[in-house]
Design a protein around this ligand. Structure first.
Ligand SMILES: [Zn+2]
Ligand SMILES: [Zn+2]
Length: 137
């Protein structure tokens, strides 16, 4: 577990109750959360504050935004988590983490073929399919 106040201060955030609350919700979450889900977890922080805080956390590299093709952004804590991605059930929306994406060869290939890029810094990868339950329906 990360000490919330330290993580915020280290990134130049003042430690405020809404920020700590939002950070707490994300830290306990086992899957990427929408603004609404984070808001529900905080019990009292308004939507605009949740949204702005998540965006600020994202800018600061504290949080990553995940696009799971739902038409809205999902957020999850970046700190303390190793490189991982998600498998999403297209039917019931179940989300599972997976690790070991081995993206380096792909990044090297991309760079080799690219005319305008010198460096790959990060990557994003989500897989979509059917969970074991939905696949048998
Ligand atoms: Zn499913
Ligand atoms: Zn990866």
């Amino acid at each position: 577990m990360i000490v919330i106040a330290d993580a915020l201060k280290k990134r130049g955030f003042r430690v405020t109750a809404p920020r700590v609350s939002i950070f707490n919700v994300l830290q306990k979450a086992s899957y990427p959360m929408s603004v609404q889900e984070v808001k529900m977890g905080t019990k009292g922080v308004d939507t605009v504050t949740v949204y702005r805080t998540l965006e600020a956390f994202k800018q600061a590299g504290l949080v990553v935004q995940v696009d799971l093709q739902r038409g809205h952004a999902l957020y999850e804590l970046k700190e303390g988590k190793s490189d991982h991605h998600h498998i999403v059930c297209m039917s019931c929306k179940k989300i599972e983490d997976f690790t070991g994406c081995d993206y380096q060869p792909i990044a090297q290939q991309a760079l080799k073929k690219s005319k305008g890029f010198a460096k790959i810094i990060s990557h994003s990868l989500e897989l979509f399919g059917l969970c074991a339950l939905c696949a048998t329906k």
